[in-house]
Design a protein around this ligand. Structure first.
Ligand code: MG
Ligand code: MG
Length: 276
């Protein structure tokens, strides 16, 4: 990814716009989740998200993104062994699939970036555990996003949570600053050492995104040149929120509900309102 150099701190008025972008992204993911079902082509899930962005006057952030060729869709939809960057199309979702949906939009000049993984129908105990641990690791990371902590505190919290349960974090792809550009400094890997890295400061906005593999951490790129999958073919999961560091602590910009905080209502259950 092309990182913009230098960390850009956002003002309160910029954060207010980013919160609007974040809410639109949450609504797009919710629409995507609500159509994701066995037999549905992934293009239909993408279309549902695209419609929400359009309705709110937001531009898709992924469409046309530079890579091996310009990214051709509004969302990434990655299934089972596919970790990130899967391209929606004719492929139909099946019962028992783990479906990761990643969406980004630009609203009034600012980007929101968030992702989630859902299970279709009955999923295995191992698959459910993988999703739960990945989500838990996201929140473990978010809790460390307070001023004067370092980026390594966040990275280490994610890695520790994941590895404690016998899973692995990806090495090649990272969380990132987000703002006027989708990928800004700093990079926030899903592994690291507490106390090391960049000082977290008020006004930083970061897309935190644990990408977790149930097997080995090695990945490969599929023939479409975009889709990243586990080398060993085992299941993967991915959750992401865009977060602002404020004097009061981390604020999740891409949550659905304005009033979510780090209390009991903070869990993704709220985000998934409407999920089967
Ligand atoms: Mg994303
Ligand atoms: Mg991201």
């Amino acid at each position: 990814m092309n990182l913009r150099r230098g960390i850009e701190l956002k003002s309160n008025s910029e954060l207010a716009i980013m919160r609007e972008a974040g809410k639109i992204n949450a609504l797009a993911l919710l629409a995507a989740v609500s159509v994701a079902d066995a037999g549905v082509p992934t293009a239909d899930i993408d279309a549902a998200a695209a419609e929400v962005l359009h309705k709110h006057g937001a531009k898709p952030a992924f469409l046309g993104y530079p890579g091996p060729y310009p990214y051709p869709a509004v969302t990434n939809i990655s299934i089972n062994d596919e970790l990130v960057h899967g391209i929606p199309g004719k492929r139909r979702i099946k019962q028992g699939d783990l479906v990761s949906i990643d969406c980004g939009n630009v609203f009034e000049g600012f980007v929101a970036d968030s992702a989630l993984t859902i299970g279709i129908g009955e999923i295995s105990t191992e698959a459910q555990k993988l999703m739960d641990v990945t989500l838990d690791s996201l929140f473990a990371g978010i809790e460390k996003m307070v001023p004067e902590n370092k980026s390594g505190d966040v990275s280490s919290a994610i890695q520790t949570m994941v590895e404690k349960h016998g899973f692995n974090v990806v090495r090649e792809y990272t969380g990132h600053g987000v703002g006027r550009h989708m990928h800004e400094d700093p990079q926030i890997p899903n592994y690291g050492v507490a106390g090391k890295g960049v000082h977290l400061r008020v006004g930083m906005t970061i897309a935190l995104e644990p990408m977790v593999l149930s097997g080995n951490p090695e990945t490969k790129i599929k023939d479409d040149q975009w889709t990243v999958a586990s080398m060993d073919g085992k299941l993967t999961a991915h959750y992401e929120h865009s977060i602002a560091i404020t004097p009061e602590g981390p604020k999740v910009l891409t949550a659905l509900d304005h009033n979510l905080d780090l209390g009991s209502t903070f869990r993704y259950n709220n985000y998934f309102a409407g999920k089967r």
